[in-house]
Ligand binder design. Structure first.
Ligand SMILES: Cc1ncc(COP(=O)(O)O)c(C=O)c1O
Length: 425
């Protein structure tokens, strides 16, 4: 059966960040957008608005806030009040603004949020989305790290599958998390679902970290941009939905951009139930962070009101790609280990086994090896900070045929170096 997501759309020459970076013979599986057309209701709503032909200054569009609230309640069982929502042009803007507004205890105290005396700084959990790494520097506050820990995991792909596959799984180092919070950062920046390791944290994990944050009076900024991209068997739980006390000291950042493949329309939102935090956040943006774009709002409203069927279809397709990729890596890419993405459309490939056999081939970096020898563009693991050494990130939100072609190329490149290493012995 053909699927609309199977049809490749030529994005070369369309000023696409992903497709215009490399030479035309390279298959780019890096930056986190999808090579799929966006949902029809979004395209229609944008077309209708364009037909009006007048693009003057705009108010918040009617029905947008209600559409977001209904989405959060239906998809995430999270009841939020209309006034808790603050629109933003992006999630990266949102967490940098949060760090500047609340990176030091004196400011947090000034909004009467109980916080630890002398608290200062931001805690992150690498390997993580690269802009997290510069939040401390941008805000002029210390950056603390609680690196995720790598464990081995076995999963069975489908019923009746005789061979459970071995995967790499990442977990939060809870003991070290407590130690880090005793160093008194004022802010913990959570990434859930986690880019690049694809974890969708469980309620039990979230409850532990939320409890430690409550006890140490640390504010939480939770980047949940991938919240809607979660595969079967897993559920996204907004950390603020766990308990009203947690909600009271959490700024949650969400967007329709990853979910519906509309990142260049630059629309995101923060959920800030605590009115004092919200006020302080809004004051920090004044004159610096502008309002959101008309088309971003139009697309967001159409997405949240009428985009669910498209999302369910794309999730099914992505899950198929994930399983295809896992099996391919397991069976045909010796020396490479892979995570089992529970959410996001990003795979994290650990190539240390391969590098050990032929270190000289990887001297310029792991992604550089695949770019040169396979003509596949991936993200270099070290750009995700601690724990990224020897890894690459692969974006599997593309037609299956593109993924297949990239994997064949990678397999050939791996075979060539493995052959060279064995003949050298
Ligand atoms: C975890 C995470 N946060 C934020 C972003 C980007 O958000 P925005 O484009 O809204 O700034 C990305 C994009 O890949 C991401 O993976």
């Amino acid at each position: 059966m053909t699927n609309i997501f199977d049809h490749p759309i030529d994005r070369r020459g369309t000023d696409s960040e992903k497709w215009d970076r490399y030479d035309p013979d390279v298959l780019p599986l890096w930056v986190a957008d999808m090579d799929f057309p966006s949902a029809e209701p979004i395209v229609q709503a944008l077309g209708e608005r364009i037909e009006h032909r007048v693009f003057g200054y705009t108010n918040e569009i009617r029905g947008l806030r209600e559409a977001i609230l209904a989405w959060l309640e239906e998809r995430h069982r999270w009841k939020v009040k209309a006034e808790d929502i603050v629109f933003l042009p992006g999630v990266v803007v949102g967490f940098n603004l949060t760090a500047r507004a609340f990176g030091t205890a004196s400011i947090v105290r000034s909004v009467s949020i109980p916080t630890a005396t002398e608290a200062r700084g931001v805690l992150i959990q690498p390997p993580v989305y690269p802009p997290f790494l510069s939040v401390g520097k941008n805000a002029g506050i210390p950056l603390f790290e609680n690196p995720l820990i790598r464990v081995k995991d076995r999963t069975t792909e489908s019923e009746g599958d005789p061979q459970p596959a071995e995967h790499i799984k990442y977990e939060i180092d809870l003991d070290h998390f407590r130690t880090c919070l005793n160093q008194r950062p004022s802010l913990f920046l959570l990434c859930n679902p986690h880019n690049p390791v694809g974890r969708v944290y469980t309620r039990a994990e979230l409850e532990v970290i939320a409890d430690v944050c409550l006890k140490t009076k640390t504010l939480i900024c939770s980047d949940e941009i991938h919240a809607d991209l979660v595969f079967s068997g897993h559920t996204h739980i907004p950390i603020a939905s766990i308990d009203p006390d947690i909600a009271n000291r959490t700024i949650t950042l969400m967007a329709p951009s990853k979910t519906f493949n509309i990142p260049s329309l630059e629309f995101a939102f923060a959920v800030i139930p605590n009115p004092q935090l919200r006020k302080q956040f809004q004051e920090a943006r004044r004159g610096l962070v502008g309002e959101v774009n008309l088309f971003g709002m139009v697309a967001a409203k159409a997405a949240y009101k009428n985009g669910a069927p498209w999302l369910d279809e794309v999730l099914q397709y992505l899950e198929g790609n994930r399983d295809y990729l896992k099996r391919y890596v397991q069976e045909r890419l010796p020396g490479i280990g892979m995570n089992n993405p529970e959410g996001t459309y990003l795979a994290w490939l650990n190539c240390e086994g391969l590098i050990e056999k032929s270190p000289e081939a990887f001297q310029s970096g792991t992604a550089a090896f695949f770019l040169e020898h396979a003509r596949v563009g991936l993200n270099e693991g070290t750009t995700f900070g601690t724990g990224g050494e020897g890894c690459v990130r692969l974006n599997f939100a593309c037609p299956r045929s593109t993924l297949q072609e990239a994997l064949i190329r990678m397999e050939d490149a791996v075979k060539r170096i493995t052959l060279r290493a064995s003949t050298a012995c």
